[in-house]
Structure formats: C-alpha cells, structure tokens
Write a protein that binds this ligand. Structure first.
Ligand SMILES: *Cc1c(COP(=O)(O)O)cnc(C)c1O
Length: 411
C-alpha cells in the first residue's frame, strides 16, 4: 500500500481579493502613498481603514501602523511605560512580544502558562506583586483566550493595566466580547501569516482618548492628527502634542487599500478556519499519547493554527515524529527545541531579558507541537493531515525509543 503524502504548502496564504488589488493599483496610479498626502477633498485609504476597523470592533478609536510589533511598542509607550519598568507577559509567546517590551527599555517579567496554553492567574498575581509591574502585555498566543472576565477583575484588583496582543485573535471573542476589547488597548497584526494580509501592518484600538492621542502622535502624525477619522477629538491632543516624541511607524495608503476589502471577509474566514480546525481535532481525537487542547465553550476562536501536546515524550521520540510526518508533507513545529528555529523560539532564547525560571511552562513547552493552517488548505486536506499525524504518532509513540535525537530541517 502506498502511503498518502500531503502536497499543500503550510506557508501559502490566499491571494489578495480582486477588490484589494484594484484599490492598490489605483493608489499606485495616483502616487499618493503617504497617509497625509491627499488631494483636495480626498480621504486617505489609511484613515478610512482605521474608521472601518474601529466600527468592526465597536471601538471608539483606531490607529493603523507599520507592523504588529510596532503596535505593541507604541501601546506600551502610550500607557506610560518607561525604561526600567517591569512589564508582565506570557512566558509562551513569540519574539515580537518581549521584543516590544525591550524596545522601550522595559523589563519582561514572564508569567507561567497552564495546560490550556493561557496565563496562570496565580503566577500572574504573585509576579504582579513581586515585580511591582503596572502593565500586563497579554499575548493571546496561538489564539487561546484565558477567562477574560476573571482576568479583568484580577487585574483591576492588582492595579495592572491590560494591553492585548491579538496577533492570533483578530475575529475571536470571549463570551461574545471581541478579543482586543477587554484591555486598555488591543493590538493586531496584518502580517502575511495572520488573519488579514498586507505583508506587514498593525492596528491599535482603544476607547481611551488620552492614551490614543499619545499613540497617534507617537506613530508619526506630526501636526496632521486632525486628518484621522477614528482618532480622539483635537482637544485630546492639545496638552501633549509637543511632549510626545515622534517614533515613526505609520501605515501607508497602499497597504490600507489592500486591507480594506479584507475586513468584510474576516467573519467568513473565521468560519472557514473553524471547519478546518474541527477536522484536525476530529482526526486526532483519542490518539494514544497525544493530547488535544480543550476549547472552552465561552471562547470563539480562530483556527488559524493548531496545537497538541505529547506529554512525557522524549526529545528523541518527538524528533522522530516530526521527521516522519515531514517526509509525508506535514510541517509541525515544536516549542521544546533547544535552539530557536525560524519563527519558533521560547523565553530562554530571549537573552536580553533577565534569566527566569518557569518550570510549569518548561514542562508544557517540552511537549508542545504547533501547526499552521492556511486557508488554502481544504477541510479534506486537514482530515488527511490528521490521518498522517495519527498514523505516525502510533508508530513512533508505541515503537522502541529512537537511538538519537534528530530534528528535521524545514526549508
Ligand atoms: C506576529 C505576531 C506579532 C506581531 O508581529 P509583526 O510581525 O510585527 O506584525 C505579535 N505577537 C505575536 C504573538 C505574533 O505572532
């Protein structure tokens, strides 16, 4: 019997919708790419994009910027984080998150995660007190939402402001409240691998006029903030317009034009991701030695990636599984690798942060496997991927211990 091999690309996203291509070409034809370069009576694509995203999220204010990582750093500055401050964040996240904390000279304080891959509230409370941190950079890593109601109550009690990193949760919700609407600021990424794609890009949303006025000035608005449509009223800028530094990181009209038609497609994308996620879940349910991450009923998640745990598996066995599924076309990533690989790294690899010990997170990451699910995969593709992982997990999980640890190289 010939073995089935998956032929899709784990890094191939869908093309830009035709309406986005046409809008982008129109911007290229007129040449006014800078967001403050408008003809008489013209409203910039960037300003329209902000207005439309604010409406979609039910936020008062929205600022579009150059990247998701820029949005995080801008948010920290806008709420007043300064050099030397401690900032709490998830120990399980990706490099731009601690990087944004380092970018303002602040100190990341990592908080343990639970087996559900979300923040451990007991550790959060303990570290808020011991570090004196007044800000939590909450990473909804890989789209897993913690109990947001409980977190908001806890942070209010601790006197800690929440900034939400929604790079993996644009379109997600907790008890119907959109991800990004529980903290002071919600930040998003429009990088190619996220939920809407302009190559690069970021959003900040907020209902706080003072915070958002600072964010707009920080982004490099010069004295042109009056041209924004989803920004606070002019009065909010008056006291601070000559105090806040310009840390340029603006969105441009070309990328805004590419993004605007994608906002209306988000809900449909979320629904399609759910079908794919559920096909993977159904195909991997009950495989011995492999544990799925339960999704709480309160959570509306976006299945743009899939995680499972191999609790107690040796490194050699995990390496063997990754190699065998890769030979059959399935790219899995592992958060337990000694060295950072491509986009995947973990807190010990961020050498600019003070060394910290997080034994619970270490135990979980040692068995954590991660997979991208681009929408170019069909539901049948996802069922096939699950069959391949299941077959190889049975062979490797129940076979003899491999002699050596060999981690495959994903090109
Ligand atoms: C992608 C990502 C970001 C933002 O990254 P950019 O590449 O700067 O847009 C932030 N947090 C997480 C968890 C991410 O995956």
């Amino acid at each position: 019997m010939t073995q089935e091999v998956f032929g899709g690309s784990f890094t191939q996203q869908e093309p830009i919708p035709e309406a986005g291509i046409e809008a982008a070409i129109a911007v290229l034809r007129h040449g006014r790419l800078h967001r403050y370069n408008t003809a008489a009576g013209e409203i910039a694509e960037a300003a329209l994009l902000e207005e439309e995203f604010a409406n979609l999220m039910g936020a008062k204010y929205c600022l579009a910027v150059a990247s998701g990582g820029y949005a995080l750093g801008c948010a920290l500055r806008a709420v007043g984080v300064v050099a030397g401050d401690a900032v709490l964040t998830n120990a399980f996240t990706l490099a731009p998150v601690p990087g944004s904390i380092a970018s303002v000279g602040a100190r990341p304080v990592f908080v343990e995660i639970t087996d559900q891959l979300v923040l451990d509230f007991d550790d959060l409370a303990a570290k808020a007190v011991s570090s004196g941190a007044k800000v939590l950079m909450l990473s909804h890593m890989r789209g897993h939402l913690c109990d947001m109601q409980a977190l908001v109550a806890l942070c209010a009690r601790l006197g800690v402001l929440i900034i939400e990193d929604c790079a993996h949760t644009m379109g997600a919700a907790w008890k119907g409240v959109a991800s990004g609407r529980s903290g002071v600021i919600g930040c998003y990424s429009m990088q190619t691998y996220k939920h809407i794609n302009a190559g690069e890009g970021g959003f900040l949303i907020s209902d706080d006029a003072a915070v958002m006025a600072r964010a707009v000035l920080l982004s490099g608005s010069y004295m042109l903030y009056g041209r924004h449509r989803a920004a606070p009223p002019i009065e909010a800028f008056e006291a601070v317009r000559m105090q806040v530094p310009n840390v340029s990181g603006r969105m441009d009209n070309l990328r805004a034009a590419i993004l605007r038609p994608q906002l209306g497609l988000l809900a449909d994308r979320v629904a399609r991701w759910a079908e794919r996620y559920q096909a993977l879940e159904a195909g991997l349910d009950g495989v011995p030695g492999l544990r799925l991450v339960a999704r709480p009923a309160e959570e509306t998640y976006v299945g743009s990636s899939f995680q499972f745990l191999l609790p107690g598996w040796s490194e050699a066995r995990i390496g063997a599984l990754l190699g065998r599924v890769l030979a059959r076309g399935v790219e899995l990533k592992w958060f337990g690798a000694a060295d950072p690989v491509a986009f995947t790294s973990r807190y010990q690899h961020w050498g600019y942060a003070a060394p910290q010990s997080l034994p619970q997170t270490d135990r979980i990451l040692a068995g954590l496997i991660d997979m991208r699910v681009p929408l170019t995969f069909s539901v049948a593709d996802c069922a096939q991927i699950a069959r391949i992982i299941k077959a190889e997990a049975l062979i490797v999980g129940q076979g003899p211990e491999p002699e050596a640890m060999v981690l495959p190289v994903i090109q």
